[in-house]
Structures are given as C-alpha cells and as structure tokens.
Design a protein around this ligand. Structure first.
Ligand SMILES: [Zn+2]
Ligand SMILES: [Zn+2]
Length: 256
C-alpha cells in the first residue's frame, strides 16, 4: 500500500491522536501519500447537531493544521486535505459553499445515513426494507453524479438482511453505474479490523462481475492503524478471493 486517502482525526469525536502522529505512522508504514478525510462538517441549517463530525467552525483549523504538516513533512510524503462526506440533498449546496471557501482538496463519499441524517436511517443497521436499500443506492449515485467525490468509501455499508435476490438486484445496478462512472470503490480496513458486516463478500462478488475497481482505505481512527499489517493482508486476501482489481492510487477529483 502506497497511498491511503481515508484518515480521521479527533475532531469527529470518535478518533484519537494528534494529526502529526498520523503522519509519523504513515511514514513508518512506507506510504507515499496520506490523505486526511475526517468526517465532514455539515451546515444542516435547522439546528441539528451531529455527534460524529467536526463542527463547521472547526474546518479552518483542520486545514491550517494539515497545511502545517505539509510544510513540515512535504519532502517525505504527499499530504492531502480531504473530507469524508455524505450526499445530503437538503444541505449539499451549503456544504459545497463551505468546501469551496476552504483548502479542502478532495472528498470521499461515505453515505452513513439516508436522506439528510436528521430525517434518515443509519445505513449500517440491519434492515429488510427494500425502500431503505433503494434509497441508499439512489443517494450514492446522486452523490457520485455531482462529480465532486473521488471514490466511494465502504460502498457495502448498507446492511440489507432481507431476500438476497432483492439485494443483488439493486446492488448490481449500483455497481454497474459506479463502474460506468469510473468511480473506484473502497475495501474498508476498519470493517476488517473490527469485524463488521463489511467488506461484504455478497457485495464484492457483484462488484467484480460488474467490472468495478477497488482500493484499500485504512479508515484510521487511531494513528497505529496505519501500520496494521494484519488488517491489510486480510484485505488483500479478500480482494484476491473476490477477483477484484485493486488500484494503489486514485486520480483525485477536485473538491470544487
Ligand atoms: Zn465512513
Ligand atoms: Zn471513515
């Protein structure tokens, strides 16, 4: 692994360590590129406060901190400023405006909730509701259609536990469209480390058949996770079994 675009910081309220510790561990892991992609601040506009992301007011300091690390370590490692964000239709314009006026360089799409979070359902909770599955797929594609997201993080986050035929029908369409758009899909190492329902073999078998391409994302919430060789080799074994091609770098799409 030479590039990791999926790295959190404590600003999201569920990660640990200083920004610099993440850079030091990335160097130790031999990465040539480290992208920070903390959970995006979202201007919800209705007073709703999300507990799992930085506040809008924290974005300038996030960028300043990473810019300082670029200045300090830039000769040894390419550091990028990104965000992991959902496509929330009611607030996406305000989010775009926020990003446009910042130093954020790239976005990855992590569709954690349907609709706008405050009126949606967490996609990682088990559901047998086909409407939930459909809405997840629709929203991922709407996000990708904005052209602003460089890849889809944990595309297999949706945890549909109903009829496998229904899962396959919707996921196949999703994967076909994602492949056609040239958007890479992430095999998420946080899911590997913490034995979540993703990476999902059911998802990736379909993704491979639909000619999707993958990359690994550490999804680090602790700096040491960047040097976790066990999780990486388990993910590599998984990718081989799924027969999915894995990129070691992606072309980042500009975030504005
Ligand atoms: Zn995520
Ligand atoms: Zn993440």
């Amino acid at each position: 692994m030479i590039a990791n675009y999926h790295t959190h910081t404590p600003r999201c309220n569920h990660a640990e360590g200083t920004d610099e510790e993440y850079v030091q561990q990335a160097l130790k892991a031999g990465l040539k590129l480290l992208g920070f992609s903390d959970h995006a601040p979202y201007p919800f506009g209705n007073g709703y406060r999300s507990g799992i992301r930085m506040d809008v007011e924290e974005l300038p300091e996030y960028c300043t901190s990473i810019n300082a690390l670029k200045a300090k370590y830039g000769q040894r490692i390419d550091i990028k400023i990104g965000l992991e964000a959902e496509y929330y239709p009611a607030c996406f314009q305000a989010f775009k405006d926020l990003v446009r006026n910042s130093d954020v360089q790239y976005l990855i799409l992590g569709q954690h909730w349907t609709f706008n979070e405050y009126d949606g359902i967490y996609n990682g909770s088990p559901t047998d509701d086909e409407q939930q599955l459909k809405q997840y797929c629709r929203q991922v594609l709407q996000g990708v259609d904005t052209g602003l997201f460089s890849y889809v993080a944990h595309p297999d986050l949706i945890r549909y536990v109903g009829d496998p035929k229904i899962y396959e029908k919707h996921i196949r369409i999703l994967c076909r469209e994602l492949a056609a758009s040239g958007t890479p899909l992430e095999i998420n190492l946080c899911g590997v480390r913490t034995r979540r329902h993703y990476p999902s073999a059911d998802f990736w078998r379909i993704a491979a058949e639909e000619n999707c391409v993958a990359l690994f994302g550490v999804d680090a919430h602790r700096a040491q996770e960047l040097t976790d060789k066990q999780a990486l080799s388990a993910a590599q074994k998984f990718a081989r079994e799924m027969q999915i091609p894995v990129l070691d770098r992606v072309d980042l799409r500009p975030a504005r």
